[in-house]
Design a binder for this molecule. Structure first.
Ligand code: SF4
Length: 374
């Protein structure tokens, strides 16, 4: 069952490590919301199945929208799609925007999952990377979320950050684990080329963590979350049972989705489409009823490569039957022979039809996938 992704491209300030598409023209938010509503009317037929299993507001900073503005988008969605009664409806929030009044409003309009952008719990590092919140605001936000009707709370964390020691990482995680968090996304710091951090590293102002420290902190996070009952269901994602992100799983399982808003991508099993990265132009186009997307048709080889790359990163693994039934004999032959060779090296476990990375090798998933791609 397909999903919807809504991109909210506004942030108060740019975090120094970030290269996501976002701007600080907050005065455009109301026009942008109206443009999203128009895009829903113009593009809902992109998905042949109108039953929606997940809705995800990502950004940028979706929590810069008022509950009224989010509700306007949800009402438009409900008018064109059949949203399942138990659909997962996620809003990414930054801690500085969260308080009990806002959360109650979100609950009343149907948001049932919050993904909180915590990232670090160290005030010096938060400031250094230009985050707009302190650790005290994070505690307040988590406290307010915990005492609300939102049961499904997810937290985003970044590790392998210059200036955060192993001890400090562990004590931060231990504090977070005192809250009723159901899901963690934990990513190592990536140095994006368009980010301020990249230039700080080039200028020698910041020293990048080395590979050993990255691997070490990956295992510290992994072991601590594992000991507290969080299952690693993808290289960077951990959840209590039943709280795996349906939005994430759908993406890895190549379920169709419609992406709304600037720079949002869509996928319908045959092609990918994506909207341009210009907020003003997007608003203007929607006012005039003009859809301007780029598109690429996916070849069988591209579809196969995506399938193995994404699935190898998950606990679900790769289905032999899926590869056999959906791709050519030549591709299956390549897959079969490569898997046999890699099993000899002990990288994969077979579970019936499934080829699964050993948990100890999940970190190597991207590297191992290089042999499997065609
Ligand atoms: S990390 Fe999030 S809040 Fe910071 S600039 Fe990027 S999108 Fe905005």
């Amino acid at each position: 069952m397909p999903g919807l992704y809504i991109h909210i491209p506004f942030c108060n300030e740019k975090c120094h490590y970030c290269d996501f598409f976002s701007g600080n023209q907050l005065y455009l938010i109301e026009d942008y919301v109206n443009a999203i509503v128009k895009e829903i009317e113009l593009r809902y037929s992109y998905l042949s199945d109108k039953q929606i299993n997940t809705i995800y507001f990502g950004g940028g900073t979706p929590s810069l929208l008022s509950a009224v503005q989010i509700s306007k988008i949800l009402v438009a969605i409900h008018s064109k799609f059949l949203v399942k009664p138990d659909a997962e409806i996620t809003l990414e929030c930054n801690p500085e925007n969260v308080n009990s009044t806002y959360i109650n409003q979100l609950v009343s309009i149907g948001i049932n999952r919050i993904s909180l952008g915590v990232q670090f719990l160290d005030n010096i590092i938060l400031e250094k990377f230009n985050r707009q919140h302190s650790k005290e605001l994070i505690y307040n936000a988590l406290g307010d979320l915990e005492s609300s009707l939102i049961e499904n709370i997810s937290v985003d964390l970044i590790y392998a950050v210059p200036g955060i020691s192993d001890d400090s990482l562990i004590s931060s995680l231990e504090i977070l684990l005192t809250y009723n968090i159901k899901h963690f996304s934990a990513y190592s710091l990536t140095i994006a080329k368009n980010s301020k951090l990249y230039w700080k590293i080039q200028n020698g102002e910041v020293i990048e963590n080395d590979e050993n420290s990255f691997v070490n902190q990956y295992w510290l996070v992994n072991n601590l979350l594992d000991s507290k009952g969080y299952k690693q269901y993808e290289v960077s994602n951990y959840a209590k049972e039943g709280f795996e992100s349906r939005h994430n799983l759908a993406y890895w399982n190549q379920v169709p989705y419609l992406g709304l808003g600037v720079s949002a991508h869509s996928y319908n099993l045959q092609s990918r489409q994506w909207n341009h990265k210009n907020i003003r132009k997007y608003i203007q186009n929607m006012k005039s009823g003009i859809i301007e997307t780029d598109m690429e048709m996916l070849t069988d080889i591209e579809k196969y490569n995506e399938y193995v790359i994404l699935k190898l990163r998950t606990y679900q693994g790769i289905s032999m039957n899926f590869v056999r039934n959906n791709f050519s004999d030549i591709i299956f032959d390549h897959f079969f022979k490569t898997v046999a060779k890699m099993k000899e090296y002990g990288h994969f476990i077979s579970d019936g039809d499934l080829i699964i990375s050993k948990q100890s090798d999940l970190l190597l998933a991207d590297y191992l996938a290089k042999d499997l791609v065609y």
